[in-house]
Design a protein around this ligand. Structure first.
Ligand SMILES: *Cc1c(COP(=O)(O)O)cnc(C)c1O
Length: 455
């Protein structure tokens, strides 16, 4: 007889994964290598180690080892908020009247409020191991900066965060959480870097951008002794660390003999989705099981659905290596959107390759439809979701409604990446009917793509 499935499937500490799953190692056709911006040749460990600490640079280039051990200190930190529960959305299923079974993996159970802490703690750990003094980073909406501040506080590292100026002013609570954890938060562009001064000279009233904040953080790290730069998404190392999400999800489903049919996640730089699907995609690549994977992105920043698969810069300042990925062009300026964590012009190279090989699907959704789903979900399942996460909720509901039409009993799993407590201004706009849906024209996208580097 099949075991009755509880509302929440908890795992024990002993079931916390002991190794991360390195998805690229399972791919026969590997993602294209990162290129050094100066030579346009595949980047070497030596060059990459000037930006990132050595162990992380090595992880960035490792497409051979299928599993990489999670250091004991990192596992110990994970134990404070993991394993994260896999929740069976019985209430949502009932409200929708769908025969589908819906599960979601909730990553909002920590103070930073999102999955980003899974990689932040690993990155801080390796920096500490290497004897560094501190790290620099950028943050847009603030989730990554918060997570890295927490991780640095734990290991006694300095943390310097360049926060996009408009967020710095509009999100004082996020800023103060970071300062509570000891981070130095600077509005970007700032007077403290060459890049910042140059931009301020040209555009004194700029609200700032993520691309500019990245350039400031990289410059500061490279000019300060004992500092390295840390990034919260897009990179292979971040996908690797986030595989803890997928590994736990798989263990929880296996415990009850459940098999996912469709796995859904929101995609900004692609790290939570890459981590969620890692062990499942590994099975698919080995021919052991089949799954459908769906990446969900905002219609205002449609990287996979309308972008181009090409080499591009990861930042506007062009200081980072080039990556072959789906991109809208590093000069693409997405319209202000309430899902700040999904406003990135590119997509991690691993997911880009899998999508190009038709192993994964992608869908774009408009933000008013996303907030409708967010509010519906909050009222039924109780959790107040982040706008980013709500992209996955939207498509999970759409898929469950298709099952209602066809009578199919599919099992749908989606990633609920975080909570939306700091996004109440966005919810307010939605409630007041002031939220609009901006969809870029083909002309705007073509214009940004015309500036792709010729490689
Ligand atoms: C940053 C963020 C995302 C998007 O980042 P990915 O790297 O694509 O996972 C999604 N949800 C939340 C809550 C975030 O903070």
């Amino acid at each position: 007889m099949k075991k009755e499935i509880p509302y929440k499937i908890y795992l024990s500490e002993a079931e916390l994964p002991k190794a991360w799953c390195n998805l690229r190692a399972f791919m026969k056709d590997k993602p294209a290598p990162l290129l050094d911006g100066a030579t346009l040749q595949p980047i070497t460990l030596e060059t990459l180690s000037k930006i990132f600490c050595k162990e992380l640079a090595a992880q960035e280039l490792n497409d051979v080892d299928k599993y990489i051990e999670i250091p004991q200190e990192v596992r110990d930190f994970y134990k404070m908020y993991r394993p994260a529960p896999l929740i069976r959305a019985y209430c949502l299923e009932k409200a929708l009247g769908t025969p589908a079974k819906i599960y979601y993996k909730f990553e909002g159970n920590n103070t930073s409020g999102s999955h980003k802490l899974n990689s932040a703690i690993a990155q801080a750990y390796y920096a500490k191991q290497e004897g560094l003094k501190g790290v620099t980073t950028e943050t847009g909406a603030g989730q990554w900066g918060t997570a890295l501040s927490m991780a640095c506080a734990y290991f006694g590292l300095d943390c310097q965060v360049f926060m996009v100026k408009c967020s710095y002013e509009q999100k004082p609570f996020r800023r103060e959480v970071m300062r509570t954890y000891g981070a130095k938060v600077t509005p970007s562009p700032s007077q403290s870097t060459e890049v910042g001064r140059k931009i301020l000279h040209e555009f004194p009233n700029t609200p700032g951008s993520l691309g500019c904040a990245i350039s400031e953080a990289v410059e500061t790290a490279s000019k300060t002794d004992g500092y390295r730069y840390a990034l919260g998404s897009v990179l292979n190392q971040v996908l690797l660390h986030q595989s803890v999400i997928g590994l736990e999800t798989k263990t929880a489903l296996d415990k009850y003999g459940e098999k996912a049919d469709i796995i859904i996640g929101c995609a900004g730089g692609g790290s939570n989705l890459g981590g969620l699907i890692a062990p499942f995609m590994a099975e698919k690549l080995q021919g052991k099981a089949d799954y459908r994977f769906i990446a969900v992105e905002p219609a205002s920043c449609p990287t996979l659905t309308r972008g181009k698969y090409a080499y591009d810069y990861c930042d506007t300042g062009k200081v980072c290596p080039l990556s072959k990925m789906y991109t809208l062009g590093s000069g693409f300026m997405p319209a202000a959107s309430h899902a700040g964590g999904l406003r990135y012009h590119g997509m991690t190279s691993t997911l880009s390759k899998l999508y190009d090989d038709k192993l994964m699907e992608a869908r774009s959704v408009e933000q008013t439809k996303v907030f409708e789903a967010a509010e519906y979900f909050a009222r039924i399942e109780g959790i107040l979701p982040a706008p980013e996460s709500s992209h996955a909720i939207r498509v999970a509901i759409d898929e469950a409604m298709k099952c209602k039409e066809t009578g199919e009993e599919k099992t749908i799993v989606f990633g609920l990446t975080g909570t939306g407590y700091f996004d109440m201004m966005s919810y307010e706009k939605f409630h007041d009917g002031k939220m609009t849906d901006y969809i870029p024209t083909d002309g705007e996208i073509e214009k940004a793509l015309a500036k792709l580097p010729k490689i």
